[in-house]
Each structure stands twice: as C-alpha cells, then as structure tokens.
Design a binder for this molecule. Structure first.
Ligand code: SF4
Length: 362
C-alpha cells in the first residue's frame, strides 16, 4: 500500500461513525479497483460500498442482443461486437443458440473487436458482405463510435446501437426515493467525457454527498473520505477527486461528436424498464448506416422480446444496488463465470464476475 493510500485510510478510520454508511459507486472500473485492492476489507466495518449501474453489458436489453444474434443467423451478416457481449446469455429454449458465441458455433460469422475502427477495417476487407457493428456501451464507448460517423463509412457497414447515458439511472434511483445509500462515487471515465459538473444534480437536487473518483485506490479512498465527511458534517457538494483528468466541463470534442451522431431518446434497460432520455439513437442523417432501418423485420421481431431475462437472474437488482452480487440465489450455484446465467457474471465490468474473480465464492 502506498503512503498516500495509508494516509486516506487513517483519516477514514479517524472519523466518528455512529451508524453504518453506504456509498454507491457507478462504474464497473471503480468496482474492479475497489475489489482488486481489497478496499472493503480495509475500511471500517461501518462503511459499505455498493456496486451500482456501472456495467453497460449488464443493462443491455435482451431484445438488442437477440436482434444482433438473429441478424447473424438469418441474414448471414458479418456481425462484430465487443468481446464481452459474446457470452451474454439470451433467454431462449435450449434447442436454439442462446448467446452470440453459441450462434457462432452454429455457423454465424460473429467476430469480437477491440475498437470501433476494427469494424470499419473489417467492412473494408469484405465489401461483398453486410457488416453490422453491434455497439453497446456508455458515453465513454459511444464517443468513439460517434467519431466513426464523422468519417466516410463503407456502404456495407451498419450500426446496431445500444448505447446508454449513465446519469439517468442514478437520477431514476434518487427520484424513486427507494435508494438505500448515503453518498455517491461518481464515475471518473464518464466525467472525463461529459464533465464532472454533470453530477451536480446529485448534491443540488437530492442533497446527497458525492465525489468524482479516478481508478487508483488513492483516488477512490479520497472520494470515500470526502463522501463520509460531507455526510458527517450534514453537507453535500460535488468533490472532484479526479480533477487532473475529469474537467468540470468534460471533453467538448467528444460531446460534439455524440451530439452530431445521436439523438437522446427514452431507452429500455435490462430488467429495469424504460428510462427517460437515457439512450442514444442514430440521427436521421445517418439512417443509411442504421441496422435497425436496414433490417426492419428483425427490429420489429426483436422489440417483441422487450423485458426478457434469464429466469432467476437478479442482475437488475444487483445493477441498481438493491442486493449485493452474492445475495442472488444463483450466485456460485447455478451461475459462475464458466456457466453464466446473467450478464453480470459475464462482463469484466459486471459486479458478479468481479466479486467472483476476487474470491467472493459464497
Ligand atoms: Fe445474474 Fe448470475 Fe449475478 Fe445472479 S449471480 S445476478 S444470475 S449474473
């Protein structure tokens, strides 16, 4: 442990906590750093860190995944997607492929990519094929996807967009008044794009302490300390503990790209439902590269699957911080990284997978 991390831990242990305080994080990267560094075991027992809606794969609705799979199987498109998506289970009978990986095993041409530019390169290498890029992610992923649309894209490339904004999920939680946390660690990556100021609503509208954090244990501990002090002092302001990277106004270039590429629309979140102004949709000007428009029958068919979830999977409750991963009855029993039931056990940013990988096996 570094001297700086020890310094923050000492300050936290010196706080006069007279009750349990719960702090939610909103970023799979934060949850990974917290678990990897074992911060939960180093903090006083009266502090709970709750994983929240920080995994874009976990909230990607099944109808989008289903459409991607059917396009690859029925239309013989060459489908490209970020690798995490390939093992996410789809709730279908065992007689059918139940993930993109299974569809690939059944003969579909599905390829994992590491960057949006890979989709363009593959489309150029295969001008005779329809190439569909299944693009799911939060603002940090969607900004580079938006950058693609500023280029001259190959005619044979279309995009199946499943992008989401992060803040509406937190706003929905806070407005429901059913949340059970005392403070929020705001997501550092999203703040670098959209600006730390975007999280002011947490403190100003809901009077909840909040701090933007980076991804080192030091930055996370500084944010936790700030949240705790604010709570103990009965104050709430947005503290930026990642100020060297996350500017108040964010990255204007990335924001302009997002604005030029996408409309912000109401969107479905897996197991959670429709959240107002929480999704990215390709603008009309890009309709020739919209896979939903290019394959309207599949779009209609997939929308009928809205709300589907693997039976017994509590991912939505995990994502919304209502239960810890190991409180799902299937955790480590029916559901493991080798045999995942839900996306939270698949994605590197999924809380179930992170907890399992870090030794929480019950
Ligand atoms: Fe879903 Fe598996 Fe996590 Fe349970 S343990 S919430 S089934 S991913």
């Amino acid at each position: 442990m570094t001297a700086e991390a020890r310094h923050w831990l000492d300050l936290i242990h010196g706080l006069p906590l007279d009750r349990t305080l719960k702090i939610m994080n909103v970023c799979g990267g934060h949850e990974r750093s917290i678990s990897l560094a074992g911060l939960r075991t180093l903090l006083p027992r009266k502090i709970e860190i709750i994983p929240g809606p920080g995994c874009p794969v976990c909230i990607c609705p099944e109808e989008d995944l289903y459409q991607a799979m059917r396009l690859a199987l029925d239309e013989h498109v060459l489908l490209v997607a970020f690798g995490d998506m390939l093992r996410v289970p789809v709730n279908l009978p065992r007689s059918q492929p139940r993930s993109l990986d299974a569809a690939r095993a059944a003969g579909a041409d599905i390829r994992p990519i590491a960057s949006p530019m890979d989709a363009v390169a593959i489309a150029r290498q295969h001008p005779e094929r329809d190439v569909v890029f299944f693009a799911a992610g939060f603002e940090t992923t969607m900004a580079p996807v938006a950058a693609l649309l500023g280029q001259n894209l190959p005619d044979n490339l279309s995009l199946l967009i499943s992008g989401r904004l992060t803040w509406p999920a937190v706003a929905m939680l806070l407005e429901s008044e059913k949340y059970a946390f005392d403070a929020l660690i705001a997501p550092g990556h999203v703040a670098t794009i959209m600006g730390a100021e975007e999280w002011q609503f947490v403190t100003q509208r809901h009077a909840l302490p909040a701090a933007v954090a980076g991804f080192t244990p030091e930055s996370l501990l500084a944010a936790i300390y700030s949240c705790l002090r604010q709570t103990l002092e009965g104050r709430s302001f947005l503290d930026n503990c990642y100020a060297e990277v996350a500017l108040p106004e964010g990255n204007p270039t990335a924001q302009r790209l997002l604005k030029n590429a996408f409309d912000v629309v109401d969107a479905n979140w897996r197991g959670i439902g429709t959240l107002q102004s929480s999704g990215f949709n390709l603008k009309e000007v890009h309709v020739s590269h919209d896979a939903r428009d290019r394959f309207p029958d599949h779009t209609r068919a997939s929308r009928r699957r809205a709300g589907e979830m693997p039976p017994g999977c509590a991912c939505a409750n995990v994502v919304m911080g209502q239960i810890y991963p190991n409180q799902c009855p299937l955790y480590g029993r029916g559901c493991t990284p080798r045999n995942p039931v839900g996306p939270c056990m698949v994605s590197d940013e999924g809380a179930c997978r992170i907890w399992w990988a870090n030794g929480v096996h019950s």
